[in-house]
Design a binder for this molecule. Structure first.
Ligand SMILES: NC(=O)c1ccc[n+]([C@@H]2O[C@H](COP(=O)([O-])OP(=O)(O)OC[C@H]3O[C@@H](n4cnc5c(N)ncnc54)[C@H](OP(=O)(O)O)[C@@H]3O)[C@@H](O)[C@H]2O)c1
Length: 321
């Protein structure tokens, strides 16, 4: 089969489209023919070596496809079923081995492209607002990168619950998308973000900041919080946050900071099905719209990574095998 392979860490050019051996499903596994493959920012951290990963490897962890074969002891799935997954290593490929424990049935009416781009970012938004800080209706929160994959989903889910969402974006086009998703106020990174947030909240600050941008936004995020506010630092699209003196949290208002990752919020099958089910149901009933900003042929993963890291994308992006 054809797949993208990384043989040395580096820039997008290390994503090579090559022929590799067809995989075989072992016990507890599904062999899936991919129909669409989700691209996530974490794929870039792993490619550069910022997150540890032995080479060579096939990147990607998310996708949708049709089951070609099931391992001997798999009882929940059959050949021909359509499944999606957010934790299937080696997903930038025509065929993927997906552990049955992380496979999610795709409901009728949700397209393969949408299913492939909704699960990882959607379940992330879900745990951020269900399990890290669940704002009450009327509360104000700040979401950075409001027109990104996670940003658009977070904004829609929050606004739908009556929460006042303030976002940051880099361009007019992204501002428009963020407002369409339900943002009440849209700021630019070059604004004095904390001062603007205080102005917009009567001097109080926001209850929570959902920050996937990291290095360039961290200080503004802290300074935007109300007393006992929560900073959920869930990524570092602009780079990792430098070392930080925890004592500062006391003076800044007895703040909370957490650095979560999806795997710890999908710890068992019940938790995974709860989060995935809520996201897929919201898509099916029309209350959540997944914006697929661009699709790329699998062979052009390099271009997709350049666009993602170059801040040229909006919403979710997918590879098509
Ligand atoms: N911890 C978890 O469980 C988890 C799970 C999923 C995703 N994440 C994190 O969530 C964040 C968003 O992921 P995503 O896949 O939805 O990506 P994305 O938001 O679609 O893309 C990243 C966005 O970040 C913004 N950005 C700001 N400064 C940037 C810079 N210097 N370089 C590149 N982008 C910059 C850009 O939007 P503007 O142009 O508007 O600034 C860009 O479009 C990432 O940090 C990712 O690692 C974490």
């Amino acid at each position: 089969m054809r797949a993208i392979q990384v043989s040395e860490h580096g820039g997008p050019e290390v994503l090579r489209y090559v022929e590799v051996a067809d995989p075989q499903a072992g016990p507890g596994q599904l062999l899936v023919r991919t129909e669409a493959i989700g691209i996530n920012f974490i794929d870039t951290y792993i490619r550069t070596g910022r997150y540890p990963q032995a080479v060579p490897y096939v990147p990607g962890s998310e996708g949708t496809g049709v089951i070609l074969a099931v391992g001997a002891d798999v009882t929940d799935f059959s050949v021909g079923d359509r499944v999606a997954w957010a934790a299937g290593p080696g997903s930038y490929a025509e065929q993927v081995i997906v552990p049955a424990a992380v496979a999610i049935p795709v409901p009728e009416g949700v397209s393969p492209e949408v299913a492939a781009s909704a699960l990882l970012q959607g379940m992330t938004a879900h745990y951020l607002i269900e399990s890290i800080y669940k704002p009450a209706p009327g509360e104000a929160v700040l979401v950075h990168a409001g027109a990104g994959g996670v940003g658009l989903i977070l904004t829609q889910l929050l606004a739908g619950r009556g929460i006042r969402v303030i976002t940051t974006v880099s361009t007019d086009d992204k501002e428009k998308l963020s407002r369409e998703a339900g943002a009440a106020e849209v700021l630019r990174y070059e604004d004095d973000i904390a001062a603007r947030v205080r102005e917009l909240t009567g001097g109080v600050g926001v209850a929570a900041v959902y920050d996937g941008v990291g290095a360039s936004t961290f200080e503004a995020s802290l300074a935007s919080l109300r007393v006992r506010g929560m900073l959920a630092l869930f990524g570092g699209a602009s780079g990792p946050v430098p070392e930080f003196d925890l004592q500062r949290l006391a003076g800044a208002g007895s703040l909370f900071v957490t650095r979560p990752t999806l795997v710890h919020y999908t710890r068992d099958r019940a938790e995974l099905l709860w989060r995935a089910g809520d996201i897929l149901n919201a898509i099916a009933d029309g209350s959540l719209r997944i914006r697929i900003g661009a699709t790329y042929p699998l062979a052009e993963a390099e271009r997709a990574h350049r666009d993602l890291e170059g801040r040229k994308t909006t919403g979710s992006i997918v590879l098509l095998p």
